[in-house]
Every structure is written in structure tokens, then in C-alpha cells.
Write a protein that binds this ligand. Structure first.
Ligand SMILES: [Zn+2]
Ligand SMILES: [Zn+2]
Ligand SMILES: [Zn+2]
Ligand SMILES: [Zn+2]
Length: 315
């Protein structure tokens, strides 16, 4: 095994370990907060437990998505299995939105009819435990993310910190309600705050899952970058019919290129293979490219990239 392989293995082992640790802590927090929320009579803590549950769901979908989605294409799924991940993401988002509405509605009702809860001490302990464990997890995760320069891990770390802030809001609401019984309604207000957080996470999850499911094209920036790579490629006289679609969190691409009329089939194919490699190197999220090669004379029927207004940018 080369030194580079060893380093890469260590990177994967450490980033996987921190992801699994985050997942285990989320499982523990869901159980502890849900139990203490019911026993300790706190809406805010139950809402925060659902927030941890949403984090857990995202972790699990990511792990399953990586495992299941990376299953190769087979007889009945010619494009692979990544769409399953997108669909699961959409359903998870839908579930979270429904949960957030449920929690928000119940808390709103409590405030309107002034149904005051009197949370027990156990709810305070559970909220404090949540704050501390998420803050510790943040510090540990950000260290691993910085060491291996992993954007995913760094994003995860910041999510842990935002979880810890959400639990601080719960701790304040529950604490005030416990120590000053006349402020008991603050528990419901903290619960509304958390329900907005869950709503936001749910909407984002739902929208990104939906966009992937219905093949929404990537941003214009990515498309223009691609056009430039193809237009500048030696041997390609023009191109058209560029189609990009998401596959899980990756992208698939088909396009037509035009080459000189008298080129041999072999030479034309050679250009397409080199162009494919160049595209996949330049835009790493593109994992598959299908290129159709045609002679320039049959190609220039007015739909080519250079003849369109977009093409003028590079003239
Ligand atoms: Zn299959
Ligand atoms: Zn969260
Ligand atoms: Zn064509
Ligand atoms: Zn080929």
C-alpha cells in the first residue's frame, strides 16, 4: 500500500468514525429528550427531540443513500439506484414539515388557550445534556473536518453547533418555566421556535429531494462552465443538445459534438473519449458523459451552440 493510500484510508476511517459518532449521539438524544419531555411535561423538549430525530433521519438517509445509491445499474434500473435516495429525501422532508406544523399548532393552541405546562427538573437536565453533548460534538467534528479539509464534515460540525443553540433556547424556556411558575408559557414559546427550525430543515430537504427527482438542471454557472470546456476543446467545431440531469447528488450529461466531415470514425471517437475525461476532471460532480459525434456539415442546422446567443459570449 502506498503512502497516499494509507493517508486516504486514515481520512476515510476518521471521517466515517465522526459521522457514526454524531449518529449515535443523535439516537441517544432522541430517546432521552422524548422520554424526559413526556415525563417532565415539556412541549419544548419534545419538539427538540423531534429536531434531533430529523437530524438522525438525514444521517440515515445519507448513509443508506451512499450504500444503496452506489449499487451499480442492473437489469431493471439501467441508470443505477440514486433516485431512491432523492425520493427518500423528499418523503423525509414531507414528514418533517408535517411534524413541524403539528408541533407549532399544538404550541400555538396552548398559548391561545393559556394551557400552561409545568416542566419537571428532568426536562432541564435533558436540555442541558443536549446543549453540552452537541457543543462537544461540534468541537471534535470541526477538528476532524479541518484536519482532512472535508467540506461535508465541516458542514456537519456547524449543524451540531446550531443544534446546540436550538437546545439552549429550549433550556432557557424550560428553565424559566421551572423556576418561575408564572412564566410557564415560555415552554410553549420555545417549542414554537424549535418548530420553525424543523420546518426550515424539512422544506430544504423536501425541495432538494423534489428537484433531484424531477431532473432539475444544475445552476447556470455549471452549465456555462461546461459550454466553455466543450467550445474550447481542440477538434470540436461546435456542439448542441446539452442535457444535464442529477443522479443523487451527482450529475449525468449527454451532448452532441460536431467534428470535421472527413474525420475517420476512429478519430472522432478519440476526440469524444478525451473530451469526456476532460469534462469529468474539470467538473467532478459529473459522473457520466454520453457524447454523440456528428460531421460538421450535418451539424450546422442553426441549433448549434456557437450560433445561439449564449455562444456569442466566447466569440
Ligand atoms: Zn435494481
Ligand atoms: Zn439539527
Ligand atoms: Zn445533433
Ligand atoms: Zn466510445
Amino acid at each position: 500500500m502506498s503512502t497516499l493510500d494509507k493517508v486516504l484510508n486514515k481520512r476515510e476511517a476518521e471521517t466515517t468514525r465522526i459521522t457514526v459518532l454524531g449518529l449515535l449521539i443523535n439516537i441517544a438524544l432522541v430517546i432521552i429528550k422524548l422520554g424526559s419531555g413526556f415525563l417532565g411535561n415539556s412541549r419544548a423538549l419534545i419538539a427538540d427531540a423531534m429536531h434531533s430525530f430529523s437530524d438522525l433521519g438525514t444521517d440515515i438517509i445519507t448513509l443508506i443513500g451512499v450504500k444503496w445509491g452506489s449499487k451499480p445499474a442492473d437489469e431493471d434500473h439501467h441508470y443505477g439506484h440514486q433516485k431512491i435516495e432523492s425520493l427518500a429525501q423528499f418523503l423525509m422532508g414531507l414528514f418533517l414539515v408535517a411534524t413541524a406544523i403539528g408541533i407549532g399548532f399544538s404550541a400555538g393552541k396552548a398559548i391561545y388557550f393559556h394551557e400552561v405546562n409545568h416542566p419537571g427538573l428532568i426536562a432541564i437536565f435533558a436540555a442541558a445534556l443536549s446543549v453540552v453533548s452537541k457543543e462537544v460534538l461540534y468541537r471534535y467534528t470541526i477538528k476532524v473536518g479541518d484536519r482532512w479539509k472535508s467540506q461535508t464534515i465541516i458542514a456537519n460540525a456547524w449543524h451540531h453547533r446550531s443544534d446546540s443553540f436550538s437546545s439552549i433556547a429550549v433550556l432557557l424556556g424550560v428553565g424559566a418555566a421551572y423556576f418561575i411558575p408564572s412564566l410557564g408559557i415560555l415552554d410553549a414559546y420555545a417549542s414554537i421556535l424549535v418548530s420553525f427550525l424543523i420546518l426550515k430543515i424539512g422544506m430544504n430537504t423536501m425541495i432538494s429531494g423534489f428537484k433531484e427527482t424531477v431532473d432539475t438542471a444544475p445552476s447556470r454557472k455549471v452549465v456555462m462552465h461546461l459550454h466553455k470546456i466543450v467550445a474550447d476543446f481542440p477538434g470540436v467545431t461546435d456542439h448542441h443538445n446539452v442535457k444535464i440531469r442529477p443522479l443523487g447528488s451527482s450529475l449525468c450529461l449527454t451532448l452532441h459534438i460536431c467534428v470535421k466531415d472527413k474525420l475517420t470514425v476512429e478519430a472522432g471517437h478519440e476526440i469524444s473519449v478525451e473530451l469526456k475525461e476532460k469534462i469529468m476532471r474539470s467538473i467532478p460532480s459529473i459522473i457520466d458523459v454520453l457524447i454523440h459525434v456528428e460531421p460538421h456539415s450535418s451539424c450546422s442546422k442553426g441549433n448549434c451552440f456557437y450560433k445561439s446567443s449564449m455562444g456569442n459570449i466566447y466569440k
